[in-house]
Write a protein that binds this ligand. Structure first.
Ligand code: DP6
Length: 327
């Protein structure tokens, strides 16, 4: 294999219909399809260099060397790329987020999407978008949705080959915003990977799965029709159903803090009074407030004064993972 460097940039995504639970934990084949939008302006930029002189993979995150489980996860992922490229060389991976480290914004989606693209480029491989999405999925399930641009659907598929994400509408289809209320700047205690593994211990997971296709169809139609009201109801319901599963899992996963609930309650009230905003929450206490362009600055102003909200970040809809020039 020729020694190449590759650099790629990818954005995080926020799920409108959530991925929670796997049919196959190793291959990250999800228990249900999901739908998301990429977040513009928040970037992970990753450079990968395969180097015959290295004795092991090296991972730098935000300029700091990482060892232990973080490095092992990336090494296992790079094994897939080495396998595809028939290579034995170890790699140096340098990854940086432009959003604050430890700000509670999930970075595994943008991280593994950027890594998949940078590593395959460095290895001299050119993958189709579908195959790149499949590869990113092996690193982090939601990362498969950060490969295509705009509004993205991850069809659960039947196996490794058929489980990947595709764009249902480009970023400029609808000027939606995600105004994120950051409530806890600490890292979460129990991550998504462990959460997926115990989702089925909740008696509510079966009910969530049985009804998710209907919610996905509603959310997809609402996005395609740019119908915020229709989207708001189904987005909030789907997020609450995932959290109902989480808080009834064994062990219990309770990510909400008092300020999380305060924001949810406030936004419901604002919507009842005519502001086009709704909430969705991932595996942590932060609240993503989705809203129309007309409501975005008002939402940000109102969120900043809710006690317990430490920071507010506003993002529009973003594009696909892309290669950029090497540094
Ligand atoms: C709650 O993709 O982070 O954000 O595959 O273990 O990395 P891993 O899990 P991850 O799970 C995302 C869970 C979620 C919902 C979602 O984004 O759909």
């Amino acid at each position: 294999m020729t020694i190449y460097q590759g650099t790629a940039q990818a954005l995080p995504n926020i799920a409108l219909i959530k991925y929670w639970g796997n049919r196959d934990q190793q291959l990250r084949l999800p228990s249900n399809p999901s739908l998301s939008m990429n977040l513009a302006g928040l970037t992970t930029t990753t450079t990968v260099e395969f180097d015959p002189a290295l004795m092991q993979d090296v991972l730098m995150l935000g300029g700091r060397a990482i060892s232990g489980p973080g490095l092992e996860r990336v090494s296992r992922f790079l094994d897939q790329v080495r396998h595809m490229a028939h290579s034995r060389h170890f790699a140096r991976v340098d990854s940086r987020n432009n959003f604050p480290a430890g700000a509670g914004m999930a970075s595994s989606a943008s991280g593994f999407a950027a890594l998949a693209l940078a590593a395959t480029a460095a290895a001299g491989l050119t993958l189709s978008e579908a195959n790149l999405s499949r590869l990113a999925r092996l690193g982090s399930g939601s990362a498969c949705r950060s490969v295509p641009g705009g509004f993205v659907e991850w069809a659960m598929g039947e196996d490794d080959r058929s489980s990947y994400a595709t764009s249902i509408a480009p970023a400029n289809h609808w000027n939606l915003y995600d105004v994120v209320a950051l409530i806890d700047l600490e890292h979460k205690s129990i991550g998504s990977t462990e959460g997926h593994a115990i989702a089925a211990t909740s008696p509510l997971q079966a009910a969530r799965i049985a009804t998710v296709s209907d919610r996905l169809a509603q959310a997809r139609s609402a996005v395609l029709a740019r119908d915020f009201e229709a989207l708001a109801d189904v987005v909030e319901l789907d997020s609450l159903m995932m959290h109902a599963v989480m808080i009834t899992s064994s062990p219990v996963l309770m990510y909400w803090q008092p300020a999380t609930i305060a924001v949810m309650q406030a936004v419901r009230q604002w919507r009842a009074n005519g502001l086009a905003a709704c909430t969705t929450i991932d595996a942590g206490p932060n609240v993503h407030v989705l809203c129309t362009a007309a409501a975005a600055s008002e939402v940000a102003i109102r969120l900043r004064v809710i006690p317990g909200v430490r920071q507010v970040i506003t993002a529009g809809v973003g594009g696909p993972a892309r290669l950029i020039p090497n540094p």
